[in-house]
Write a new protein. Structure first.
Length: 132
């Protein structure tokens, strides 16, 4: 489950509908009725927060977000999108990473999800992180 307060319009999340996971983009937040509208491949659907799940941040997800991957000889990996960087000391360990944008550096010591990275990105750059 994801708390509605964590979500922003433009975030990518998973929604469970009758046992099937749908990946979608948050289009609207209705705090009064506690519902989230997701744009999916099929159409827009409204979900309760209990049906929403985070998308784990992985190499594949960073590439979907149009990050450029640079593998280093020492086993570290750097992903870049413009001046924004995600650095992994161990290429397979997304539970320890450093993110930075200009002078703003953050060391994260636990795995995060795609929507959490989107929120960090927006806080740091003032620009939405999308797949476009």
């Amino acid at each position: 489950m994801i708390k509605m307060q964590e979500l922003k319009i433009g975030d990518y999340v998973l929604a469970d509908y009758e046992g099937e996971n749908w990946e979608g983009l948050v289009k609207e937040l209705n705090f009064q009725d506690k519902e989230v509208c997701l744009e999916t491949d099929v159409q827009d659907f409204w979900f309760k927060p209990e049906a929403l799940r985070p998308i784990p941040l992985t190499d594949q997800q960073l590439l979907k977000l149009n990050f450029v991957k640079q593998e280093n000889e020492d086993g570290t990996v750097k992903y870049s999108k413009g001046p924004f960087r995600v650095f992994l000391p161990d290429k397979n360990d997304f539970s320890n990473m450093e993110i930075w944008y200009r002078e703003d550096r953050r060391h994260l010591t636990q795995a995060i999800s795609v929507h959490q990275l989107q929120n960090h990105y927006h806080q740091m750059t003032k620009v939405e992180l999308t797949r476009n």
